[in-house]
Structures are given as structure tokens and as C-alpha cells.
Design a protein around this ligand. Sequence first.
Ligand code: FBP
Length: 318
Amino acid sequence: MNLSHYLLKHLDGSESQKELSLIIADIASAGREISHNVQRSGLLDLHGAAGGENVHAEEVQKLDETSNEIVKEVLADNEHILALASEEEESVVDCSEGKKTGFIAAFDPLDGSSNIDINMPVGTIFSVLPTTGNFEQDFMQPANHQVAAGYILYGSSTVMVFSAGKGVHEFTLDPETGEFVLTNENIKMPENSGYISYNPYVLYQMAPGRAKAYEELVKETGRSMRYVGAMVADVHRTLMKGGFFAYPAVGKDGKYKGKLRMQYEAKPLGWLAEQAGGKALLDGKPVNDILPEELHQKVSVELGDRGIMKLFGRLLAD
Ligand code: FBP
């Protein structure tokens, strides 16, 4: 079954759900275009820096920039998207002119930038929220107000994994037809399996007590470690295989801060992990209990299957 048929069949047909189907279908079409660029990035001279810096003072890669333009254009053209927030845009992009009702969307056009030039997995992450028309304020809604969230992973194949509140589903891009076809319905994070995934360097940069829990987690579970360095890929593996993914608060002299972005990385993927039966903590709090305060806020992320998160909680308490 392809994505549009799936949306027609499974969303309840109300006006707002019809609008949401059109938005999800548009995000898929942006993903198809970006997938084309990612696969040909070496041929299309899309490797390397674009020359500017983003709001996080990070060097913007050419593929970050082109992907941002693709998602921005596709969503701004969608009659039900009234405002956008992006990792590559300093402020909220108002695209509500001439539109009546709709939603707002936050996105990371290309997550895992450090992987682009070395042919390693990268992805696009998205979050769709209802709006009252006060766009700046409406981006400050908690994770469980999202009406849809997910990612498109550009790996050995291109897959789109999302939830619209009724389970988590995976669609694979068929390169021959250009269709996203259902390949995994109602994904549930397996327990007591999978890998531990964090960058080992964080053990020397995080609050000592928490670092100990991270080390104990490996010792107690005896699980192997895997770390791609692109959140979208490390979370995809954790959704499919179970296990633990984290990017803790790092720093020194008692001052620790997360690196991952609340609106277009942590909130959508934390919520998705819980939709798949797992647990997610942002800044050490349950994902649905933390209220965003800024558009480009950074938080720590710890998520995994229920079993391993229970063990992690115990190790933190020890
Ligand atoms: P961007 O690539 O979108 O800036 O995302 C940040 C990110 O690459 C995450 O995808 C990943 O989990 C993390 O940073 C890797 O950080 P580090 O290189 O410090 O381990």
C-alpha cells in the first residue's frame, strides 16, 4: 500500500485529518527530492560547506541549504501550513497569507551533517503542531500536542517513519516508481535487545553521577555499542531493534547543557519513541512534561525501550 492510500484509509476523514494527510504527503515529496540529491551529492557538487553559519554558529553544508530550500518551498506552498521553523532559519517563517485554517511545522532539513561527505546516513526530521495563529507562542507546545512527527532516513534505502497519533509506521521509497510503500506497520520497540548508543566522549563531559549510570548500563546489559553520529539513524536503529540512545547534557565546572534541538530533533523523535512503546527523557524529564521555551532551544535526550529505560532509571537512582 502506498502512502497516499494509507493516509486515506487510516486517517478519520475529518477536515483537519484531510489537511494533515496533505501535509504528510508533501513532506514525503520533499523527502523524495532530497533523497535524489543525497544519492547524487558527489555528482551534483553538493559536498562541503555552503559558506555561511546557522543560528547555532555551525557551518552550513551545501546539502543543508538545498534541503532547507526544498522543505521550505514545499511546505510554504501547502495551503494548510501557516508557519515554519527550521534549524537553518533564525526566526519563524510566516507563510499564512491567503490561507484559512491549518497547522505549523518545525523541521531539521538535514540531520547528521557531519556524515554528508562520507556517504553515511543522514535524515530529515519533522514535527507538525496545531496553531491558534500566534505562531511564535504555538511552537512552545509540549511534545504530546504534536499531531504528526517523524523522519525520512537517507540510508541504504530511503524510508519515511512517522506517527499521526495512531502508531508508528514505516514507508520505503521505491526508486523505480517514486512511491513511498508501507513496509512496517505499528512499529513497537522490542525490549531486552538492541544496542547502547552514545558518543563515548560524553562520559568525560557530563555530570559524574550520570556518566556512571551510562557506563553501568553497558556493563549491566552486556550490550554492544553503536553510534552513527546522526540522531535520525541512531534513533531509527533504536526504534527497530530496541536499546538506548542518548546525547546527554555536556559541559564542565557543574555547568551542563544538551546539544540536540528541542523543536526539530528532541521533541519529534522523543514523542515517536513513546508512540512506539518506548520511553524518552528530555533534560531528564518525561518528554511530554517539558515545555519548550525558545525556538532553537537545546536539550539533553535519553530514550530507549521500556526495559532499558527502567534499568537506566534505577542506575541513576543508585
Ligand atoms: P545536525 O547535524 O542537524 O546539526 O544534528 C546534530 C547531530 O549531528 C545529531 O544528528 C547527532 O546525534 C549529533 O549531532 C552528533 O554529535 P557528536 O558529533 O557530538 O557526537
